[in-house]
Design a protein around this ligand. Structure first.
Ligand SMILES: Nc1ncnc2c1ncn2[C@@H]1O[C@H](COP(=O)(O)OP(=O)(O)OP(=O)(O)O)[C@@H](O)[C@H]1O
Length: 278
C-alpha cells in the first residue's frame, strides 16, 4: 500500500494538508530519519485517528503540524496557509495533563490563560470559559485547583482549555493513555460529543486500536520509522456510537482486525519500497 493523498468527505481546500513531510533529526555524528514521507489531508470537520507502532514518529508529526518543529522537507497547510509557527486556530491536548495545567491557577484561570494571550476582552473570555467548562461537565469546579481533581477531571480541564480557544483544528496526542479504562470510555464519548457540537477538525493520536476505530471516521496507520502512511481506513460504522453497541458490532471487530494486521505488518518492516526521498 502507498501513502494516501485522498481527502475524504469534502471537495476543495482541505482543512489540514500534510504533503511529503520528512523529518531528519541531526544527532551527534548520525542523522535519524524519523519521518520519511507523510502525505494525507483532512477535510473540514473530519475526525481522524492516527495509529502506528511505538516510535514511528507520531509525536514528531504532531509537532510539525502544530508548528513547534520544522520539517526537513515537505509542507503542512492549515486551510490553505503554510504552517511555520504555532497557528492561532489550532489547539493541542497532550497526554500529560499534570504537566500542562498550572497547579497554582484555578480551573477557570487555566482555561482562560490562552484566551488572555490571544488578547480577547474580559467578557468574551468569561463567556468562553464558562461555556467550555459546562461542555466538559466541570461547571461546578471553576474555582477548584487542578490538584484537587482526579486525573480524568484534569484532562477534562485540558480539553476545556482547548475548546475555549475555538480551534478549527484540534490535535490530541494520546490524551487518554494515563487514565483508567472507565474514565477513558467517558472521555472518548466526550470527544465525540464535543466534535459533533463544535464541528472542528480533529486529529487524534492513540496507541489503542479499539479507541481509534471507536472514535474515528478514518484511521490512518503509520508504518514503523522511517515513516510513511501505511493505510488509510474509512470507519464505516454508524455515526451514533456508544460503548456497548458499537463495540459489539461485527463490523467493529472487522475494522479492529484490519488495523491490528496493518500495525503488525508495519512492525515487520518497511511497508513501501522505493517511495522515500532517498
Ligand atoms: N530530538 C530527537 N533527536 C533524535 N531522534 C529523535 C528525536 N526525537 C525523536 N527521535 C527519534 O525519532 C523517532 C520517532 O520518535 P517520536 O517520538 O516522534 O515517535 P512516537 O511514535 O511518538 O513514539 P511513541 O510511540 O513512543 O510515543 C524515534 O526513532 C525517536 O528515537
Amino acid at each position: 500500500m502507498t501513502s494516501s493523498d485522498t481527502v475524504h468527505g469534502a471537495a476543495g481546500t482541505p482543512m489540514l494538508d500534510v504533503a511529503g513531510l520528512r523529518k531528519v533529526y541531526q544527532g551527534e555524528g548520525r542523522a535519524v530519519e524519523a519521518v520519511r514521507d507523510l502525505t494525507f489531508a483532512l477535510a473540514d470537520g473530519e475526525l481522524a485517528c492516527l495509529v502506528g507502532p511505538s516510535g514511528c514518529g507520531k509525536t514528531t508529526l504532531l509537532k510539525c503540524i502544530a508548528g513547534l518543529l520544522r520539517p526537513t522537507s515537505g509542507t503542512v497547510r492549515l486551510a490553505g496557509r503554510g504552517v511555520t509557527s504555532p497557528p492561532p486556530d489550532m489547539a493541542v491536548v497532550f497526554q500529560e495533563y499534570g504537566r500542562s495545567l498550572f497547579p497554582w491557577l484555578t480551573v477557570h484561570a487555566n482555561v482562560e490563560l490562552p484566551l488572555k494571550e490571544k488578547g480577547l476582552p474580559k467578557e468574551r473570555r468569561a463567556e468562553l470559559v464558562t461555556g467550555a467548562l459546562e461542555a466538559v461537565g466541570l461547571a461546578d469546579f471553576a474555582g477548584s485547583h487542578p490538584w484537587q481533581l482526579s486525573g480524568g477531571m484534569q484532562q477534562r480541564v485540558a480539553i476545556a482549555r482547548a475548546i475555549a480557544y475555538e480551534p478549527r483544528v484540534l490535535l490530541m496526542d494520546e490524551p487518554f493513555a494515563a487514565v483508567d479504562a472507565q474514565t477513558r470510555a467517558d472521555l472518548e464519548d466526550l470527544i465525540r460529543s464535543l466534535w459533533k457540537r463544535f464541528g472542528m477538525t480533529v486529529l487524534f493520536v492513540t496507541h489503542d486500536i479499539d479507541e481509534a476505530v471507536y472514535l474515528g471516521q478514518r484511521v490512518l496507520v503509520l508504518s514503523s520509522s522511517p515513516t510513511v502512511v501505511q493505510d488509510d481506513i474509512t470507519v464505516d460504522l454508524p455515526d451514533e456510537r456508544d460503548q456497548l453497541t458499537t463495540r459489539s458490532l461485527p463490523r467493529f471487530a472487522e475494522l479492529r482486525t484490519r488495523v491490528y494486521a496493518e500495525i503488525q505488518s508495519a512492525k515487520r518492516g518497511p511497508a513501501v519500497a522505493g517511495t522515500a526521498g532517498e
